[in-house]
Design a protein. Structure first.
Length: 279
């Protein structure tokens, strides 16, 4: 607000008339031109002063907006989180975590996609997605990993399948059945292949599926036996049974993020929330 007299200025700022006059003179020396013209006891802003005030006013509004935005970011009211994950982790962890976090922070926007491990690592490594949820990023130099949890692996088989020990299946029994595996480039498939090779066994693979969701659907059709994440298999219904492995196996669920980028406040908060939801 521009004050029209030195008396009004003094009252508003609790300053004497002489102090206000000295302040105006100092400002005029600083900017290099006249800010006010005097008409008796009244002061009128010059055209240049009005132009300067408009700029200062916009700057002040901008500083206020910066403060409001910073506070909104601190409280997770603004921002976007882009996540890419394996389908099995979307179904067993990420979808529920995103939903719950979104309820707490309704103005935060999420973008969630699924893909195989190669795509997860590529998309996170290039920065297109800020967070990946996958099995491993071994050998990659453009991303970092933080362990979320270690999960058991179980076998899923038709209810009528006879096994030597109720509720448990041997790897030799797995090898003797039509087996639904994942694609060879899948880290999950590679881990299973190593275990078969370690036991000097060769599985009878009849189908190679793109992910565990597809493998399960094929098993539900009676196409064979498959191995799944235990959390994914926990709520199975229908004509399938869940069997523990005689020689147990587990795999790891990781958060994957760009190596050289600093995570923003909302993302860090979600990452902590995700880890809490997993346990």
């Amino acid at each position: 607000m521009l004050l029209h007299s030195t008396i009004a200025a003094g009252h508003a700022m609790d300053m004497s008339q002489s102090s206000v006059s000295r302040s105006i003179s100092a400002m005029e020396q600083e900017v290099g031109f006249v800010l006010f013209t005097r008409d008796g006891n009244r002061m009128k802003p010059t055209v240049d002063a009005i132009r300067l005030f408009e700029i200062v006013s916009k700057m002040s509004d901008g500083l206020d907006e910066i403060g409001r935005t910073a506070e909104a970011i601190r409280s997770q009211q603004l921002g976007r989180i882009r996540i890419i994950c394996l389908p099995v982790f979307l179904d067993t962890l990420v979808a529920k975590a995103v939903g719950n976090f979104s309820v707490l922070h309704p103005n935060l926007r999420f973008e969630v996609e699924t893909g195989g491990m190669a795509r997860v690592m590529d998309e996170v490594g290039t920065g297109r997605f800020e967070l990946g949820i996958g099995a491993s990023a071994e050998g990659r130099t453009d991303v970092r990993c933080t362990l979320i949890e270690r999960r058991s692996i179980v076998a899923v088989a038709p209810i009528g399948l006879q096994v030597a020990q109720p509720g448990v299946i041997r790897w030799s029994e797995l090898a003797s059945q039509p087996f639904i595996g994942l694609l060879p480039e899948s880290p999950f498939r590679q881990m299973v292949d190593r275990q078969f090779a370690h036991l000097d066994l060769t599985p009878h693979i009849v189908i190679e599926a793109c992910n565990q969701r597809a493998a399960l659907q094929m098993a539900e059709c009676g196409a064979g036996v498959t191995l799944l994440d235990a959390k994914y298999a926990a709520h199975l219904q229908g004509q399938l049974q869940v069997l523990a492995l005689e020689e147990s196996m587990s795999w790891d669920c990781f958060m994957i993020f760009p190596r050289h980028e600093i995570a923003h406040h909302a993302l860090l908060s979600f990452m902590r929330f995700l880890q809490a939801q997993a346990h």
